[in-house]
Design a protein around this ligand. Structure first.
Ligand code: TXA
Ligand code: MG
Length: 332
């Protein structure tokens, strides 16, 4: 067992090797347009179990199954009219659908963490798509240690999971993730309304425009209880995406104890080491920079807190503020 995973350019030979590693139950990290995923064959129980182990992920938190197309998703889930409509509009892309599992699916029960539903997503990134074509459905959470910042570059994966985890065979390097924020997760229960389980890469309004009605709202994040009872989105723990440094939100007055994550016009000099998510106030640019800048600020904070300027809540701002509020939540 080696303890440093290789970072490889996604050439055909590397994709062949990745497929072989996955088929033999090992883990391969791969790029998607949202964030890097930690992939395992969704058909192999031991491989899926290894994901939970490598991330230190609580076993009640289910995984997304990545598929090359909606026909594959429909083999494993009850893919109703709403799912078809949303897949036609947003796949391949940053939308995940939580649907009833088909009783005859060979997908590991472990991905569902005891629920009778399965999350499915067809990503747009070419490397992810090529890999899914070769290796079949892949269970893949974000490729970070549980509770930490999601990776938007191959080097982030190696830093978070690369050493001491014998299961991680390799990281496919697809450069920087274009969107930089995880997928939007929509629940589509058979006898219930379409529900926003996690804001993300596809803004709520865009989903609602396709459905023709408003999404129901998932209950508020769990406050640290270990119970999964009644929690419709088990991954929505209050504390998540946490840098090591303390973090304060909606800050407009700074001092020498701060390192600032700015947005838009800065209105004056900022403490040394500060960064700006988007000097022009562009939410798309801010989303793409969010995790890598939090990571960089964490590296230079040295006892200072990370002070984040206010960010508007519309469009991608809903997902950006969701991640920031969980990065700032009290830690367990
Ligand atoms: O963009 C993304 O979604 C990335 C890339 C790699 O695809 N993946 C990702 O996975 O963010 P993860 O595991 O970090 O987050 C998946 C979210 C969690 O909040 C989890 O609880 C929720 O989806 N989820 C998965 N299966 C579910 C299910 N059956 N019911 C409810 N929520 C589910
Ligand atoms: Mg995650």
């Amino acid at each position: 067992m080696k303890d440093q995973a290789d970072i490889l350019q996604p050439l055909p030979e590397a994709l062949d090797r990745a497929s072989a590693e996955l088929a033999s139950g090992r883990l391969v990290a791969f790029p998607t347009e949202t964030v890097y995923g930690l992939g395992a064959s969704a058909l192999i129980d031991e491989a899926v179990a290894a994901i939970f182990e490598a991330k230190g992920r609580p076993h009640f938190n289910p995984l997304i199954v990545h598929v090359p197309d909606s026909a594959t998703a429909a083999q494993h889930t009850v893919f109703d009219e709403r799912a078809t409509l949303l897949a036609e509009a947003f796949w391949p892309g940053g939308l995940t659908l939580v649907l009833p599992r088909r009783t005859d699916t060979p997908i590991s029960l472990l991905v569902s963490a005891g629920l009778d539903t399965m999350a499915v997503r067809c990503p747009a990134h070419k490397v992810a798509h090529d890999l899914l074509k070769r290796a079949g459905p892949l269970a893949a959470p974000s490729a970070n240690a549980s509770g930490k910042l999601s990776p938007t570059q191959a080097a982030h994966v190696a830093a978070s999971l690369g050493t001491g985890h014998g299961h991680l065979a390799m990281v496919l390097d697809g450069g920087e993730c274009a969107i930089g924020l995880e997928s939007t997760v929509i629940g589509l229960p058979i006898d219930g309304p379409a529900t926003l389980l996690r804001p993300g890469a596809v803004p709520r309004k865009d989903v609602e425009a396709v459905l023709g009605y408003e999404l129901a709202q998932a209950e508020s994040p769990d406050q640290g209880s270990e119970s999964t009872q009644g929690r419709s989105s088990p991954g929505q723990l209050a504390s998540h995406y946490a840098p090591d440094a303390p973090i304060a939100l909606n800050v407009t007055q700074f001092d020498e104890n701060d390192v600032v994550l700015a947005f838009g016009a800065e209105g004056g000099p900022l403490p040394p080491g500060s960064l700006n998510l988007s000097p022009t106030g562009n939410l798309r640019e801010a989303a793409a920079h969010l995790f890598s800048m939090l990571r960089a600020l964490d590296g230079v904070a040295k006892g200072r807190r990370i002070a984040v300027m206010p960010i508007p809540h519309e469009g991608l701002g809903e997902a950006i503020n969701d991640r920031l509020s969980r990065a700032a939540a009290p830690r367990p």
